[in-house]
Design a protein around this ligand. Structure first.
Ligand code: SAH
Length: 393
């Protein structure tokens, strides 16, 4: 196996457990001798030849190596993937996430850039780096061995793959199956479109947060913006809201919302409208309309560090509008799904909006994503979701 030797001043980050090694941390002279191929497994050594770990490399990527193991005796082969996926599954079972869960959350499960979502007997996978993509057959085999699944699907239609020199693609990794499935969550049911839904088809990361609204929505008039398939809105109706209005800009999302309402016999209480939420919230604020509960779950306003300021402006603006639509003593339920806006900054933004709206906030809940998407300290990208409920006084 080829080795990569790090520069003498290797960052403490790697020593402390971070699995990424950047190109500028590698001793180029030594690297040329080894010339690893894109995707190849390499051994990583300190400048004085002490073992650090083993991982996959992609000299084309800024992150030259992503470590898979720090155990000298562990080889990276089919069995390695079987063990790692089994370990991830054992952990989900331990913390109580069995029917639907993020089975593998990349780096947080020591399987960098691998995502596996489990929707009861169906599995959706994403291999977002070349070095993990080459192990797809081993990953599929492991899933088959552990779960005897009804179906496995690949949702690699993600632009980030192109940065790794790979194509975007999606399709079956098992025998074909009906990719429109139904899952149970928090006592209600939801349609999930594995092949055409966003990301892997469904946002499992808000699973617990949808439950967190159960008390505040009882008997309430609820407005939800950025509904996607209506999961928060269905939850609100299911937990006893009087009336729920949901907004999304995509007609196919709205169709799915209506299907989900009907699936749960909640169509009488639910109304979904295909509109631009930014415009509508603004107009309704001007008209002085108000709800008991307003829920916002916008798409991430930024994908790059350079536009964090723009994202903050976006979050502030939408939350300002949302807050104004809450009756005094009602609740704002608000999320942010980008790791580029860290929790404190998100809270600061919400409180800045409250100042402008001349409203006082009382914090009810401040959560991250559900624990089947583990957070690893020192790897800030693993803490990406912020979920806040505040009473708006
Ligand atoms: N709450 C959802 C996820 C929302 S994803 C869940 O838990 O499943 C964000 C949604 O915002 C997408 O469905 C997208 O179509 C919608 N969206 C994006 N821009 C919008 C806009 N300007 N107005 C309304 N909806 C918008």
């Amino acid at each position: 196996m080829k080795s990569i030797i790090l520069n003498k001043n290797i960052s403490r980050r790697v020593e402390l457990g971070h699995p990424w090694i950047f190109g500028n941390e590698v001793n180029r002279g030594k690297l040329l001798d080894a010339s690893p191929q894109p995707g190849e497994i390499v051994t990583v050594l300190t400048h004085d030849k002490n073992f650090i770990g083993r991982g996959y490399t992609n000299p084309q990527s800024q992150i030259m190596v992503r470590l898979l193991t720090r155990d000298k005796d562990e080889t990276i082969d089919e069995t390695f993937f079987l063990h790692r996926i089994r370990k991830a599954w054992d952990y989900r079972k331990q913390i109580g996430y069995t029917e639907n869960c993020r089975l593998v959350f990349g780096e947080a499960d020591d399987l960098p850039q691998l995502i596996i979502d489990k929707f009861n007997d169906y599995f959706v996978i994403q291999t977002l780096a070349l070095g993990i993509d080459v192990w797809k057959p081993a990953i599929v085999k492991a899933i088959e061995q552990i779960f005897s699944p009804k179906g496995i699907y690949e949702r690699n239609d993600v632009p980030v793959r192109e940065l790794e020199g790979m194509q975007q693609q999606k399709g079956f990794l098992s025998a074909e199956f009906d990719t429109n499935i139904i899952i149970n969550e928090n006592g209600f049911k939801l349609h999930v479109d594995i092949a055409n839904g966003q990301k892997t088809g469904f946002f499992l990361d808000q699973q617990d947060n949808r439950k967190a609204i159960q008390h505040i929505v009882k008997g309430a008039d609820v407005l939800g913006a950025f509904s996607y398939t209506g999961s928060f809105e269905i939850a609100a109706a299911f937990f006893g809201a009087r009336k729920v209005t949901g907004l999304d800009i995509s007609q196919s999302a709205i169709d799915m919302c209506n299907k989900n309402a009907a699936l749960n016999g909640l169509e009488e209480k639910c109304e979904f409208i295909c509109v631009n939420a930014f415009d509508v919230l603004k107009n309704w604020t001007k008209e002085g309309r108000q709800w008991d509960v307003v829920m916002l779950d916008p798409p991430s306003f930024t994908k790059s560090r350079s536009s964090i300021d723009k994202a903050i402006t976006g979050y502030k603006e939408i939350n300002l509008r949302g807050m104004k639509l809450v009756k005094p003593g009602g609740f704002l339920v608000t999320s942010s799904c980008t790791n580029l806006v860290q929790p404190e900054l998100f809270l600061d933004t919400i409180y800045a909006a409250a100042k402008d709206a001349k409203r006082k906030l009382r914090q009810v809940v401040f959560n991250a994503q559900s624990p089947d998407h583990p957070i690893i300290r020192g790897q800030e990208y693993t803490h990406y979701l912020k979920f806040l409920i505040v009473q708006v006084l």
